[in-house]
Design a protein around this ligand. Structure first.
Ligand code: ZN
Ligand code: ZN
Length: 451
């Protein structure tokens, strides 16, 4: 069997001076369980033996061996010295990687990265790199001119080997490809190490125990957050919000650079959010701390808001959950209690109330975008289901009802009819103009089906 590998390597090494890793990498897809440096070293050992045989037979001289000698191949240097003791050692840098793959260089980068990461709390990481384009191009050219078809890329070689060294320096952390806490990017063009801390996602539920608090921080309409007479130089329409009460303690504890609040739908400013609360995800960008004391933060939220906002924290989650709670689960069923003011007193015989309630049970409601939000939302028809409508309390001018409906139903308009834009409505069925005076969200169910 004529050795195809042998011929290829000989012609390649006759022209290029490379380190063990760069030689081994050209055959990186052959055999498994070996580092490229070990592959390269094995090939060089074999070739050096071959050279020694030929040298003893006086068929090969110093020129034939010189390209085998590299900083990481002492066998070559020692073997040459055996026959040429007076030769001065002059080892060139690798012509492919420019010694970016040499172990001492990788070790120095790994140490620097470890020191830079010391201010972060993390348990997983990933290594990435930016190579000078000429290094990549050069390797491509060499591969095509020497028909080297079993190679892997220099970047994945570098990232993996550096990752191995870094893992030893960071025994508490492991390499993770999908969602690492930290990403190290080694920029070999500018000789810089960049650390990116991936966001932290915290899943929880909030209760809003007092009316008049918006869910999101609401910038002043006039100055858009800058501060003006209209907003008393606060930049805000409302001085408090669920978003600010809940995100601030997380943001401070995690030492992030910014935060976002993602709620699963929202209640009106004047509605309370009771029961077990409304799901939310808080996203903290570039966190330095990841092990947060949830019960302490929950306590802090309650204290800062004077018990107007309370949270239950389920734990850490991921970006997929954000999409899920913002889209799919915002249609999850909700239970409401509404205190309704009537424009006229009720008659003495209240038996017709039961008929009205029955007519609004298990029914689809058509709602044009309510007048009160029409300035910021497109005029559309929304269809949502009411699965239960029960009268709980009745006085002369007020009725308290308990409603279970699909998420996204405009409850105030279900009661008032919104000048005919919502059909059918409680007002219409009752024959008396009616308005919601107080509204509470009693429960946010886990699915679109309230049971
Ligand atoms: Zn190299
Ligand atoms: Zn303002």
């Amino acid at each position: 069997m004529e050795s195809q590998l042998f011929t290829t390597i000989l012609s390649f090494l006759g022209k290029k001076h490379v380190c063990n890793s760069c030689l081994g990498r050209q055959f990186g897809n052959l055999l498994t369980g070996l580092s490229n440096a070990d592959r390269g070293s094995a090939l060089k050992i074999f070739l050096t033996m071959e050279w020694e045989i030929q040298h003893r037979q006086a068929k090969a001289g110093l020129t034939e061996i010189s390209s085998l000698i590299s900083k990481d191949f002492t066998v070559g240097e020692l073997s040459v010295q055996r026959y040429f003791p007076d030769i001065e050692s002059n080892i060139l840098p690798c012509q492919i990687c420019q010694d970016f793959l040499s172990i001492p260089f990788l070790e120095s980068l790994a140490k620097e990265a470890r020191d830079l990461a010391s201010e972060y709390e993390f348990s997983t990481f990933l290594v990435g790199s930016i190579f000078p384009p000429n290094v990549i191009d050069n390797e491509d050219i060499i591969r095509s001119s020497f028909n080297l078809e079993y190679g892997e890329s220099i970047k994945s070689d570098f990232n993996r080997e550096l990752g191995k060294i870094l893992s030893k320096l960071l025994p508490e952390a492991t390499v993770e490809f999908k969602a690492p806490d930290l990403v190290f990017t080694f920029n070999l063009i500018h000789n810089e190490i960049d650390i990116k801390s991936n966001p932290l996602f915290i899943l929880g539920r909030y209760k809003k125990l007092e009316r008049g608090i918006p869910q999101s921080k609401w910038f002043c309409r006039k100055c858009r957050g800058v501060g003006c007479n209209h907003c008393n130089f606060t930049g805000k329409m409302y001085q408090e919000s669920v978003e600010e009460y809940t995100t601030t303690p997380f943001f401070e504890a995690a030492k992030g650079i910014s935060s976002k609040f993602h709620g699963s739908g929202r209640e009106d400013i004047d509605a309370r959010m009771l029961g077990t609360g409304r799901p939310f995800v808080i996203e903290i960008s570039e966190p330095k701390i990841r092990n947060l004391n949830f019960s302490q933060i929950a306590k802090q939220i309650s204290e800062n808001s004077k018990a107007k906002v309370e949270v239950t924290i389920d734990g850490l989650t991921n970006r997929t959950k954000v999409r899920e709670i913002k889209t799919r689960s915002s249609r999850n069923a909700k239970a409401y209690r509404a205190v309704i003011s009537l424009d006229k007193s009720l008659p003495d015989d209240l038996s017709f109330l039961e008929t009205v309630a029955n007519e609004l049970t298990d029914i689809l409601i058509q709602q044009r975008t309510p007048l009160r939000v029409a300035h910021r939302r497109a005029d559309k028809i929304r269809i949502r289901k009411v699965s239960s409508f029960k009268v709980e309390e009745v006085t002369k001018n007020e009725i308290t009802v308990y409603i279970i409906c699909e998420g996204g139903l405009y409850v105030k308009e279900l009661i008032s009819g919104d000048q005919g834009r919502t059909q059918p409505s409680f007002s219409e069925k009752l024959g008396i103009p009616a308005l919601v005076r107080e509204l509470d969200v009693i429960e946010v169910f886990k699915s679109t089906d309230p049971i």
